[in-house]
Design a binder for this molecule. Structure first.
Ligand code: ASP
Length: 355
């Protein structure tokens, strides 16, 4: 991977912009699938904008994220990737740029809308909760647990486990291992796991190890940024994680490296979480914009570094000046936005007129 895609333009505010994950999925998805995902992203952006007037920026990002969390095509809420023990754990963050406040839940099991938990935490003293505390919060808020595993994701987990059983032998009954941290299943899943990022770096960056889930299955985290009618910036990101990871692994999404908003810029990242954390992506871009760099220069400088580090990731961003931008070092990243005039836009791979 030697290059990156970048777009920055000025748009009239308010604005809502969403992403549906970054990855190298062009060869493993059909054009129709990409357009259908683009339709879903655009619908989420429109719903966010419809919520903007009655509910402000916070309501707008919650609405857009909530829409994508219920769509099983995205790796957030329903449709989240299963971790190595066959369970889904969701992470999400929200940040209010005006109050400069991040709130997040890490690895909460069986939660359809983790962004709702992050939103509820905005007004509390303890704003960043681990799985156990997030589960208690769910109970306190009267939110019932929801099994967010889809049949397709269970089948995928089963295939990964049975294809890579101990000693290369298929597991006799992988279904029985779903949901319990059975040693055999864990060992097998570990062998099928994704040793990244080293295996993805270097000249053969496109030749993913056979043990990795295909790239069409490695995108789908969702993120939203908004510039509201009062010039306030908002960001939210929601994810099921990288997929097939060690239970308890921390994603970048609930951290300020993956979700960030201040008075100058709001952003949401997607891609390999370890690399997003290593680069402190959110902090890097925000500091540049806060120090007076325009969004285009800030994204360009940052993505030159991203490419130098052979990192595979993407980001969407809005500034208080009304600049909208995105960049990604992966093959593609699903993105859609809507501005104050109702004008919508999408990344080039999910537009009907361009592939
Ligand atoms: N960044 C997410 C994670 O590593 C995954 C993704 O964005 O696809 O948890």
């Amino acid at each position: 991977m030697n290059d990156f895609e970048l777009l920055v333009m000025r748009v009239p505010s308010p604005v809502v912009m969403v992403h549906g994950g970054a990855g190298s999925y062009l060869k493993t998805t059909t054009r129709a699938q990409r357009i259908a995902r683009g339709d879903a992203l655009e619908r989420a952006a429109r719903r966010g904008m419809a919520a903007m007037i009655p509910h402000g920026g916070r309501g707008a990002i919650l609405e857009a994220a909530g829409e994508l969390e219920t769509d099983p095509r995205f790796n957030a809420g329903r449709g989240a990737r299963l971790q190595r023990d066959g369970r889904c754990r969701l992470s999400a963050a929200m940040m209010d740029g005006r109050r400069h406040r991040l709130s997040a839940v890490y690895n909460v099991a069986d939660c359809l809308h983790p962004t709702q938990l992050a939103a509820a935490l905005q007004d509390r003293g303890d704003r960043n909760l681990d799985s156990e505390a997030a589960r208690t919060l769910m109970r306190d808020l009267g939110i019932a647990p929801t099994d967010v595993r889809t049949p397709a994701n269970i089948a995928r987990w089963r295939a990964l486990v049975s294809a890579q059983g101990p000693g290369g032998r298929p597991i006799a009954d992988p279904e029985s291992a779903i949901g319990d941290a059975d040693d055999t299943a864990l060992l097998a899943a570990h062998r099928a796991g994704a040793p990244i990022p080293d295996d993805l770096a270097g000249p053969a960056a496109d030749a993913y190890p056979a043990t990795l889930p295909p790239e069409d299955r490695r995108h789908g985290t969702v993120g939203v940024v908004a510039l509201d009618t009062d010039g306030g910036l908002w960001a939210a990101t929601s994810t099921g994680g990288r997929g097939h990871e060690t239970p308890g692994r921390i994603s970048d999404s609930p951290t300020p490296a993956g979700t960030y908003a201040c008075e100058a810029v709001a952003l949401s990242a997607t891609g390999f979480g370890e690399q997003i954390l290593d680069l402190n992506l959110g902090g890097r871009i925000a500091t540049r914009v806060l120090d007076g760099m325009g969004l285009e220069a800030a994204l360009r400088r940052t993505f030159e570094e991203v490419v130098r580090h052979r990192a595979l990731l993407g980001v969407i961003a809005l500034t208080a000046e009304g600049e909208l931008g995105y960049a990604y070092s992966t093959e593609a990243c699903g993105i859609a936005w809507i501005d104050a005039t109702g004008r919508v836009g999408r990344d080039r791979h999910s537009r009907a007129e361009d592939d």
